[in-house]
Design a protein around this ligand. Structure first.
Ligand SMILES: *Cc1c(COP(=O)(O)O)cnc(C)c1O
Length: 379
């Protein structure tokens, strides 16, 4: 890891962000998306830290929000309102009002009851709401079942068998303007054939709508591009090239149709690391525990999705040994990894948990009444 001297001075536990790597990632993302004229919205829920958000908005990305507070945060951090898309199966009336007041680019709508409520509220406010239909395309992302969103057993989106009915109903609403289609099938997807499948399904859906005389100005493929959790130093930047090339090759846009994406994890995951201090090394039965001062309240992903994060001891050069690496929380799920090889570890050593920039800090809680983790940035 870069900046080791700075890292050794941090209070722990601390999220440490490599801003240089974030900038390099944004540069690569821009280059690959611009090649096809694609529009990219950053998915704020991956990491809503204002320092990162300001950096990202300054690069000209739009924002993808899933709550009213995310819309507020995005605006505060410099994202223009007309670059904001807003998704979520459960938008409250107050959140809808906020989004309408701000004239955001688009609501990504997930059900007919939601569209009816947006229509009513927009009518009351004298507004016309721009919406896209979030379609559940029944394409399996082949990722962890907790982060699969595009198959019919999930709560997300409008199911294909319902689409025609929803389109007809939507077109009759006088305070709604249907401007696009939206998809988001899951997260941490590294197999490009999954996105090829999504393109082919989108082509079929668009051809079908066209037969009914409906051609929409924009289409949004959501996010989902995965990163290399196994070897972050070998692949610090996600494969944006292969991702966008897949859409360029297999998706057939309608004439003049804008193509949008909502990337979260692939933008911020690799620039963040959680730095923790070893409190104790405890001998168990046939195993040895490294007990950190960071727990599942600081980084929930391993407990929530059995997620793997690379870990390394930043302060030991001793021969490697195997450890179970755990936190201090009173839950057996508070475990970052079992049988992990680390340089021989002792009290006071610093451990880096790698690739924590996405869905790390944003999911931190005060469970056990612990303090929230610190944050620091490369100098
Ligand atoms: C979470 C989410 C994203 C971002 O997904 P990543 O896998 O982090 O790229 C994009 N769009 C929607 C609607 C989401 O809910």
């Amino acid at each position: 890891m870069r900046n080791l001297e700075q890292i050794k001075r941090l209070s722990t536990p601390s999220y440490y962000y490599d801003i240089e790597l974030l900038d390099e990632t944004l540069h690569a993302l821009h280059k690959e998306a611009d090649a096809y004229g694609y529009h990219v919205h950053y998915a704020v829920k991956a990491n809503a830290n204002p320092v990162l958000l300001k950096r990202i908005s300054r690069q000209g990305l739009g924002a993808d929000c899933v709550s009213g507070n995310e819309i507020k945060r995005a605006l505060e951090c410099g994202f223009p309102a007309d670059s904001i898309v807003y998704a979520g199966v459960g938008k409250s009336d107050a959140e809808i009002e906020l989004a309408l007041e701000q004239d955001i680019f688009c609501f990504n709508c997930e059900s007919l009851p939601e569209i009816q409520v947006i229509d009513e509220i927009a009518g009351r406010m004298g507004k016309k709401a721009k919406i896209a239909l979030r379609i559940n395309p029944n394409v399996d992302a082949h990722t962890h079942h907790y982060i699969t969103t595009g198959i019919e057993e999930n709560k997300f989106g409008i199911y294909l068998y319902d689409l025609e009915h929803v389109v007809q109903e939507t077109l009759q609403r006088s305070h709604i303007q249907l401007t696009g289609l939206h998809f988001h099938i899951g997260s941490q997807i590294t197999d490009m054939s999954v996105f090829r499948g999504l393109c082919i399904r989108a082509n079929e859906i668009q051809a079908n709508l066209k037969e009914h005389g409906l051609i929409l100005p924009h289409i949004n493929f959501g996010g989902g591009l995965g990163i290399n959790y196994q070897e972050p130093d070998r692949q610090p930047i996600a494969d944006f090239k292969a991702y966008f090339a897949t859409f360029a090759r297999f998706f057939e846009p309608m004439p003049h149709q804008q193509v949008h994406f909502e990337l979260g994890r692939s933008v911020v995951a690799q620039c963040g690391n959680l730095i923790a201090k070893v409190l104790y090394v405890k001998e168990g039965k046939n195993r040895r525990f490294v007990i950190l001062d960071a727990g599942m309240n600081d980084l929930l992903r391993p407990a929530l999705y059995q997620a793997f994060h690379q870990m390394e001891n930043l302060t030991s050069n001793l021969p490697e040994a195997k450890y179970d690496i755990v936190g201090p929380i009173c839950e057996s799920a508070d475990c970052f990894g079992k049988d992990i090889a680390l340089n021989a570890t002792q009290r006071g050593d610093l451990i880096a948990i790698r690739s924590c920039g996405a869905y790390g800090e944003t999911m931190a809680s005060r469970y056990n009444l612990r303090d929230l983790p610190h944050c620091a940035y490369s100098e």
